[in-house]
Design a protein around this ligand. Structure first.
Ligand code: PLP
Length: 383
């Protein structure tokens, strides 16, 4: 399938990733027929098989039994489903969660993070000791910084204090190994479109705690865990993307790591006129596809528009739905100074990113920062 964005250098995989060819094919083939998995006729049975095959593929990606995968409309729904289930209990969430977690649990207490953006385990332990807790929710990989959280330690602490654990695995799935058998995470949320599947489909993966949080009632779909006619085509695309992501995982990690190292080395060498670039969370364990950095004193919005004019799509990292650049609660929780967080940019790469894309980004960065310096120069003269 021909891309209709061939003139754009796409470096915003954490916002959404391009649809993988395998996923596009699966969606198109499935959409070709009226598929409702609840129908008893042959087309209904075919839809049922498509969904169960996809369930196997998504389960395999995170090493969970297929029966524990519940398809839904995406991670926003998955996060709301879990967090709202525990609304009458004490909930602890990390201060750097995605808004779909934070807004689903407005009364939750916040677990602080270190200046590098890693969950403060000592603070978590103190919070857990204070009062009985129903749920601890910490994401596996932060969407802005790319920091990989110590979920094994978090789960162990939560268990010791009788709390269950929810993990938003959106930015990790298909980009690092996730093993539900070893993780002791009770609920994992996934989203297809971050791994090359279509938008508007995701999954809640349950572990063995025996609780099935349910948000939507109605028909008995997804074993009564999520009512509503299944998005058969979307689920087919999700399954295809998960299968390809699992098969290519090693390649993905080594490819994006290589790009990340090159990008960060060169980024630090480019003369930005006295204000050195700050790479956030550089000392923490990070996913290989994400680099969050700031140019102190600059404005993200201006930089993003300048990149856009150069045909390069990236982000400032913080989640927004209105197309406007918003300030980052993640950087605030890390204690990053406002003049540094105001000039933040996120490069997030994927399987289709090339070395040439990184070179184009760096050339544009050199050009944009040189222009900013030229503008600053007369001010200095007049001062
Ligand atoms: N959680 C994280 C960490 C995300 O990055 C996102 C999307 O940006 C979501 C949840 C929401 O996912 P969805 O688009 O599937 O609702």
């Amino acid at each position: 399938m021909k891309k209709n964005y061939e003139n754009i250098t796409y470096l915003d995989y954490n916002a959404t990733s391009p649809l993988r060819e395998e996923a596009a094919r699966a969606v198109m083939e499935t959409m070709n027929a009226p598929h409702n998995a609840s129908s008893v006729h042959s087309l209904g049975r075919a839809a049922y098989k498509i969904i169960e095959d996809a369930r196997e593929d998504v389960a395999a990606l995170v090493h969970a039994p297929a029966a524990q995968v519940i398809f839904n409309s995406g991670a926003t729904e998955g996060n709301n489903t879990v967090l709202r289930h525990f609304a009458n209990e004490r909930i602890l969430v990390s201060a750097i969660e995605h808004p779909s977690v934070l807004e689903a649990a407005p009364n939750a207490e916040k677990i602080p993070v270190t200046p590098d953006g890693v969950i403060d385990l000592a603070a978590l332990e103190t919070l857990l000791k204070k009062k009985k807790t129903g749920l601890v929710s910490v994401m596996l990989v932060n969407n802005e910084t790319g920091v990989i959280q110590p979920t094994a330690d978090i789960s162990a602490l939560a268990r010791q204090h009788g709390a269950l654990v929810h993990c938003d695995g959106v930015q990790a799935a298909g980009r690092m190994v996730i093993d539900m058998r070893l993780s002791h995470v009770d609920f994992l949320t996934l989203s297809a479109h971050k791994m090359g599947g279509p938008q508007g489909v995701g999954a809640l993966v349950l572990n063995l705690c025996g609780i099935t949080p349910t948000l939507l009632g109605g028909g008995g779909q997804e074993k009564k865990a999520r009512a509503g006619t299944q998005n058969t085509a979307g689920i087919a695309g999700f399954g295809a993307a998960a299968k390809k992501a699992a098969a290519d995982l090693k390649k993905f990690i080594s490819h994006t790591k290589e790009l990340q190292v090159k990008l960060e080395l060169k980024l630090c060498k480019i003369n930005t006129g006295g204000n050195a670039v700050v790479i956030h969370s550089v000392n923490a364990p990070r996913i290989s596809n994400t680099t969050l950095f700031s140019l102190p004193g600059a404005a993200s919005e201006t930089l993003l528009m300048a990149f856009d004019l150069e045909g390069i799509a990236l982000s400032n990292g913080s989640a927004c739905s209105s197309g406007r650049v918003t300030s980052s609660h993640v950087l605030e929780a890390m204690g990053v100074a406002p003049d540094i967080s105001a000039g933040v940019l996120r490069v997030s790469t994927g399987w289709a990113t090339t070395e040439n894309d990184i070179e184009k980004f760096l050339a544009a960065w050199e050009k944009i920062t040189a222009r900013l310096n030229q503008k600053k120069a007369p001010e200095r003269k007049n001062a």
